[in-house]
Design a protein around this ligand. Sequence first.
Ligand code: IPE
Ligand code: IPE
Ligand code: MG
Length: 251
Amino acid sequence: MAARLPKHIAIIMDGNGRWAQRRGHSRIFGHVRGTSRVKAVVREANRLGIRALTMYAFSTENWSRPAPELKVLWRLLKKYLIRETEELHRENVRFRVIGEIDRLDPEVRAVIESSVRRLSGNTGLQLNFALSYGSRRELSRAARLFADDCVAGRRRPEDMNEELLREYLWTSELGDLAEVDLVIRTSGERRVSNFLLWQAAYAEFFFTELCWPDFEPKHLREALEDYSRRERRFGGVGPKSLAPPEKFAKL
Ligand code: IPE
Ligand code: IPE
Ligand code: MG
């Protein structure tokens, strides 16, 4: 297995609809299959010792989908949490949600809150679901909360810096785990779709043609193998660049 593991993986679970339509089914069927894939990937990440896994399950933009599709998506989420929480507990998984939780149906919120409570004492994988999540919403909200704190006299404008901004994000409770190391996107699309723009500022990206309902633990391991071969330089010079500068010495 990969020698160098990412601490935090974020997955854009895309392609449920196309997966189903290519097989002559409705998009809904793709969501059902897609939801059933989550369990094995979460378990594998935990088994491998990944510390945080954030799954993009519903974006702020996804609210524009037809009402029947929205209904199915939230029902599937509820069912997943009701069915899997005890298993997640046995696996020592901790659970959180990032996004506009206030916008969700109270019934869905109650199920989420119950799972978060049940799993809050665990110390294994930190599993995060991004629900009604959008980075632009997260960042504009952070700006508003900071402005409120300034008006109330709790902060001064000159206090703002990168460290402080992190405290106003939905990922604040993750501390230094909020930084994403690897983003995986399924379905062949190569875009971020408003996902973790701040937290993934220096992430590595892995794109696969597979649609989410076809994504299995072995594909996660493939992504990790690929990641382990990347050289992350963070704007500096990597070890390979530190070799003797023979050519330049002659200039
Ligand atoms: C991802 O699959 C699930 C959600 C965004 C909720 P899609 O529903 O986006 O499937 P495609 O991309 O249309 O195939
Ligand atoms: C991104 O997928 C959101 C989730 C996977 C939850 P979308 O299917 O909504 O993104 P676009 O529309 O292709 O950018
Ligand atoms: Mg999509």
